[in-house]
Design a protein around this ligand. Structure first.
Ligand code: HEM
Length: 498
């Protein structure tokens, strides 16, 4: 069934739409706009136009002009995810799928096709599968994870610190979550460049996506077989031995969900947060002035650029109403954190800080709310803090306008984040990151709340960063400013993950 009124009915309507080049192109009868093609190059702008035209719930067209609703309002998105009696994640009731308008080769099929995983299940089956996943997540030792994150950050920074240049997307943001998740799952030996490339390739849907997906699944199958035979104290073993009694296929599929969700979302979060730190003077000044800590900066990034822009999909189980629109049984709806987070009814002033407010939609809500959010946050918090501590004079190595994004309906990734800094020596990966001396002419920039240094004037000058829990001076460093009282305790607490 389709959004109404009036209801776009598919490709036939499209043919009667305005010709390419016409300003109304992209708008078809019924007021639905296409979420693909040239009209959708800037999805953020398109969502705002849809909000003006339709309010908090708008009719849109996916590839092949398959109709869908996009939920733009913050309250309406929460209503969608929190009402499993009205909306399900099971696509098998979606009318365009049942009546054949969604072809098996539809480009969004990997997101749409129902799979026997917790993300698509509901009711008791959802409780059974999700119960096993959340119980396995609950066994993860937080201190241990923070130690892994700190250690891998050190390893990654060591791989480029002597060069004075790096691309923080391909050399840092895409690696850290994969390295940490391979440790958490119990397959640290599988973490390498090939695994990162395979995950990236599988998610981007390139022509080698199927081989890449197979590569990852083979590693997960080996892991499942090993831990089934001999459980250890890791996420995979706890998933296998949970009383829910998951089959090998279910274990493997949930390892895939966790690995891909964690990898993609956390890589985006890291890249977005680092981009904000490097390019936004207001953001930088707040960190510098001690009005914001790294975790708060990460939270602001989750508001402004949620790692998943939308989540496919929710489907109406009955005729209902949402945001003043009549939704028919079998209609599809996109849960949409990106436009929901900038709903003017919750954020009349987008430049206002959201500090202390975690009501963003980045982790979803309701029964499917992300169970791994603390791990995602920890990877971003510890990773960004440690990287900025090591490379205190880091700055963007291109004009901000030259940064490029790759956008799909589901997410928006930075293609690269080139940076430069004074070359630095490698450090012992088992020690906390140490701040290295920075050239005299650079201005001071404090990340966190310890410094009483004055804020630098906002502008494109290079920045100097000392992280919230800055480490002791590395001999033979030049004279350091006096450390605040309790510093060592805070440092050790951070390093032990407290
Ligand atoms: C910054 C990082 C992350 C973000 C932004 C994120 C976001 C999300 C979102 C939006 C959903 C869908 C909610 C819905 O369907 O309504 C989700 C589901 C899920 N996430 Fe995350 N996630 C992140 C990291 C992780 C990590 C690290 C793990 C695992 C350790 C994880 C495991 C899952 C699982 C298993 C689900 C499915 C839950 C269910 O359907 O019941 N995520 N996540």
């Amino acid at each position: 069934m389709t959004p109404e009124p009036p209801s776009p009915t598919g490709t036939h309507d499209t043919l009667s739409g305005p010709p390419p080049g016409c300003p109304a192109h992209g708008l078809v009868p019924g007021g639905a706009r296409r979420l693909y093609g040239p009209e959708a190059e800037d999805l953020g702008e398109l969502y705002e136009r849809l909000r003006e035209e339709h309010g908090p719930v708008a009719p849109v067209l996916l590839h092949d002009d398959v109709p869908m609703w996009v939920v733009l309002g913050h309250a309406e998105n929460l209503h969608l995810v929190r009402n499993p009696s009205q909306f399900t994640r099971d696509s098998r009731i979606w009318t365009p799928l049942l009546d054949g308008r969604v072809k098996p080769d539809h480009p969004l099929m990997p997101h749409i096709a129902w799979q026997p995983i917790c993300s698509h299940a509901e009711g008791e089956e959802h409780e059974r599968l999700r119960g096993a996943v959340t119980a396995a997540i609950a066994t993860i030792d937080h201190r241990g994870v923070r130690r892994h994150i700190g250690r891998y950050t050190q390893i990654l920074v060591n791989s480029f610190c002597e060069r004075g240049r790096a691309d923080l997307v391909s050399q840092f943001a895409e690696h850290l979550p994969m390295a940490v998740m391979c440790e958490v799952l119990g397959m640290s030996e599988e973490y390498n460049d090939r695994m990162v490339q395979a995950a990236r390739d599988a998610l981007k849907g390139t022509e080698t996506a199927i081989q890449s997906h197979t590569y990852v699944m083979e590693a997960l199958s080996r892991l499942t077989a090993r831990r089934r035979a001999e459980p250890e104290d890791d996420f995979t073993s706890h998933l296998i031995t949970h009383p829910a009694g998951l089959t090998d296929d279910e274990v493997r599929e949930h390892l895939r969900v966790v690995l891909f969700a964690a990898y993609e979302a956390t890589a985006n979060l890291l890249a977005n947060a680092l981009r904000m730190v490097l390019t936004e003077p207001g953001f930088r000044a707040q960190l510098n002035g001690g009005q914001m800590t790294v975790p708060e900066a990460i939270e602001q990034s989750l508001w402004d650029e949620p790692p998943f822009s939308t989540v496919f999909g929710y489907y109406a189980k009955q005729d209902t109403e949402l945001g003043g629109r009549q939704i028919r049984k079998g209609d599809g709806l996109l849960f949409a954190p990106a436009p929901g987070n900038v709903d003017p009814r919750v954020r009349p002033d987008l430049s206002a800080s959201m500090q202390g407010n975690r009501a963003h939609l980045a982790f979803g809500g309701g029964p499917h709310e992300c169970p791994g959010q603390d791990i995602g946050r920890a990877i971003a918090d510890v990773g960004v803090d440690a990287l900025l501590t090591r490379l205190s004079d880091i700055q963007l190595d291109c004009a901000e306008e030259d940064l490029r994004w790759r956008a799909s309906i589901a997410s928006r990734h930075l293609v690269a984040l080139p940076v430069r800094f004074e070359p630095k020596p490698q450090q012992d990966v088992d020690l906390p990151p140490q701040a290295m001396p920075v050239p005299q002419q650079r201005s001071h920039w404090q990340v966190g709340t310890l410094s009483t240094d004055p804020a630098p004037s906002a502008g494109p000058q290079p920045v100097t960063v000392r992280a919230t829990l800055a480490p002791p001076p590395a001999p033979p460093a030049p004279p350091q400013p006096p450390r605040p009282r309790g510093f060592w305790h805070r440092l050790l607490a951070w390093w032990h993950g407290e």
